[in-house]
Ligand binder design. Structure first.
Ligand SMILES: [Cu+2]
Length: 164
């Protein structure tokens, strides 16, 4: 008992140095994480400003890789624009899928509203979906959502779009 007490006491006595060690370790871990976060994967962290000229990314379940480009580019404020959307099976975007459907919607999370109109796919040829009727009626931060459906299965990818 006395020995244990002494040991505990001794450990506590030596506990002053240990705290600095975890502290020293924590910053190291944080430093290690920062560069990784800074080196954002373009497939998962598109620049909202750049996304106004098109982007690509993977759906949340990791099944589909979506690539889109607006016309005109970049996306104009309060003017109709079209999108060309392609869906691939792989991140290298080499395997174009022609057996999927897409639906595109816009949302302004900061304002809690979407678009005033509903976009629709007007043609789908060889895996290229032409979406007409897009209209981002105000400047600011938009989310461009692409829902990809294959048979009865659907996954979404959200692209941040910043309009000046
Ligand atoms: Cu708004």
């Amino acid at each position: 008992m006395l020995v244990l007490a002494a040991c505990v006491s001794a450990d506590r006595g030596g506990a002053d140095p240990p705290p600095p060690e975890p502290h020293a370790g924590a910053p190291t871990a944080a430093e290690g994480a920062s560069p990784g976060a800074a080196a954002a994967d373009p497939d998962t962290g598109p620049d909202p400003a750049l996304a106004a000229s098109g982007a690509h990314g993977v759906t949340r379940g990791g099944t589909f890789w979506v690539e889109w480009e607006p016309a005109p580019a970049p996306i104009p404020v309060n003017e109709p624009f079209e999108l060309l959307v392609r869906v691939y099976a792989d991140g290298e975007r080499t395997e174009l899928l022609d057996d999927v459907l897409v639906n595109v919607t816009g949302w302004m999370p900061g304002h809690g509203h979407g678009m005033h109109r509903k976009a629709r796919v007007v043609s789908r040829r060889e895996g290229v979906h032409r979406v007409r009727g897009m209209l981002f009626h105000m400047s600011g931060f938009w989310e461009l959502n692409v829902d990809v459906t294959r048979q009865f299965y659907s996954e979404r990818v959200t692209f941040p779009v910043e309009l000046p």
